[in-house]
Design a protein around this ligand. Structure first.
Ligand SMILES: [Zn+2]
Length: 313
């Protein structure tokens, strides 16, 4: 039996998964992301942890298919990271660097693309799906005819930065204005609620709140029938449905899989987005189904291992 590792470097923690060749997740654990020294300690920490695990379980190099790595930034097909601002990384070949430290095969990609691959393989996905996940921002993956679309620089599936509002006056994290992430993200939802509170006199449990509420409060208020919060969430669903109807015109998928915070937001969110989607639908996409991601936060390590299995297995 051969094995492999799936790694998800997602911020303050690194999730590690150990898989069998058949795709069974044997064990998963987390290590703290060492963010000091411009992120230069991250790869050695992963390599040390893999070495420790292999020693403890009496595993030899020839039993390991490889290490798949998800990072929160674009990676091209050769393993070149093109800046990962969260870690202070510049441009370098992560596959080569981690292979040098571990002596194992390494392949990396963007976390959202890998989460989509994981869902396609072991979760709720199909061979033709759009995966869209709300985390800090809005990420995604396009799976077409059974393969994730990575693009020339690994930047395919950056769905959150599709511009849907040319009238927007505030800037997105990418520097442009009107990206869907400015509305369909935790920060975006809270921002829209604050805007609506300022622009209307609609009574709301959110009004008069001295603290700066987070988006969970808006979602909770909407689920409790708060009129202003319901209006805000309807706007969120409309933005999501609108942009997803455009995305579906590109690949004509059978399923849209909602991941990340969307899962926690629950059925009203799925129903709301699906309803909005149908307001903008192109007829070829009228049978698109909406469902929640099944692998939760493990989707990326599944996808990371699957990528290595496809490449080196
Ligand atoms: Zn943007």
């Amino acid at each position: 039996m051969r094995y492999g590792f799936g790694v998800d470097i997602f911020g303050t923690e690194i999730k590690m998964g150990f898989f069998s060749e058949s795709g069974e997740l044997i064990e998963k654990w987390k290590i703290v992301t060492p963010l000091m020294q411009d992120g230069n300690r991250i790869l050695p920490a992963i390599a040390d942890d893999i070495e420790r695990y292999m020693k403890e379980h009496h595993l030899y190099e020839d039993q390991i298919i490889g290490v798949g790595v998800g990072i929160p930034g674009p990676v091209n097909g050769s393993g070149v990271v093109n800046k990962c601002v969260n870690f202070g990384w510049g441009v370098f070949n992560i596959d080569r660097a981690l292979a040098g430290l571990t002596g194992l095969n390494v392949k990396s990609s963007n976390i959202a693309n890998l989460a989509g691959l994981g869902e396609c393989w072991k979760g709720s996905g199909t061979d033709n799906m759009i995966f869209v996940a709300m985390n800090t921002g809005l990420g995604g993956a396009v799976v077409c005819d059974g393969a994730v679309v990575y693009g020339v620089n690994g930047g395919a599936g950056e769905l959150g930065h599709m511009i849907i509002n040319k009238e927007e006056t505030e800037a997105c994290t990418c520097g442009r204005k009107g990206c869907v992430e400015q509305y369909c993200s935790p920060v975006g939802i809270a921002r829209m609620a604050r805007r609506k509170l300022a622009a209307t006199a609609t009574p709301s449990v959110l009004r008069g709140s001295r603290r700066i509420f987070d988006f969970h409060e808006v979602v909770r208020a909407a689920n409790n029938g708060d009129r202003l919060a319901v209006d805000v969430m309807n706007q969120v669903y409309d933005c999501a449905g609108h942009f997803l109807s455009n995305v579906c015109c590109v690949t004509n998928p059978d399923t849209v899989v909602l991941g990340g915070e969307f899962v926690r937001m629950g059925q009203p969110t799925l129903d709301g987005i699906a309803k909005a989607f149908h307001r903008y639908i192109f007829h070829a996409n009228q049978n698109v189904r909406f469902q929640f991601a099944k692998l939760g936060t493990d989707a990326c390590i599944y996808g990371a291992f699957k990528m290595v299995l496809d490449e080196f297995g």
